[in-house]
Design a protein around this ligand. Sequence first.
Ligand SMILES: Nc1ncnc2c1ncn2[C@@H]1O[C@H](COP(=O)(O)OP(=O)(O)OP(=O)(O)O)[C@@H](O)[C@H]1O
Ligand SMILES: [Mg+2]
Length: 231
Amino acid sequence: MIEISRLSKRYGAKTAVDDVSFSVRPGRVTGFLGPNGAGKSTTLRVLLGLDHPTSGTALIDGRRYRDLRHPLRTVGALLDGAGPVPERRAIDHLTWIAQSNRIPRRRVREVLDLVGLGDAAGQRVKKYSLGMGQRLGIAAALLGDPEILVLDEPVNGLDPDGIRWVRTFLREFAAGGRTVLLSSHLMTEMAETADEAVVIANGRIVARGSIEELTAGHASLETAFFALTEG
Ligand SMILES: Nc1ncnc2c1ncn2[C@@H]1O[C@H](COP(=O)(O)OP(=O)(O)OP(=O)(O)O)[C@@H](O)[C@H]1O
Ligand SMILES: [Mg+2]
């Protein structure tokens, strides 16, 4: 369970996140939607302990990320811009994360197979395509077999095949009773992937609910999104 309560984050005079509250339930895919600069990544960074809130709380299973006893076993994360060393082989990258978190080595093979990189395990990461890199990032997030996945723009730049793979994977993960929170500004993709959505604009939550509820009265989630986020 993810619970964000009255969270605010200011950078100098700029308020990136403004009194944001929402919770994310297990067994569903929850989309975190908003235009560029809305405050999505900032919220997720605070949730994952990579930034301090100015006020409010962002809790995972009732604790701050840094107070989790086994962070990687609790929540797996994929954030933009946090990639592996390009010279490394994929398997070495994952083994290093596993070892530094007391995760058994055999789990590395398991997650590589899970994301379809079993045959590319020995390749250097710099030779990976964008889609393979995203799969590797998801493999890393899965190392601790967490109940919760938090992903910032996981389908950015992926081709239709890659997008479909991520969508299917996340839907199955949630169908097994686990929790998925993913951010995106791609409305058509989100309408197909998420069960619920939280919409943020200018640092403030402007709507939340099931995709059906948010789309009601509009031609599509996209037109609903523009109606919610404009002005
Ligand atoms: N370290 C920082 N210092 C100053 N301002 C920041 C910092 N990080 C984010 N901001 C500002 O906070 C606001 C929210 O940024 P954030 O990256 O959270 O948006 P986002 O919703 O993830 O956008 P995008 O869709 O482009 O990824 C933006 O105006 C951004 O310029
Ligand atoms: Mg972002």
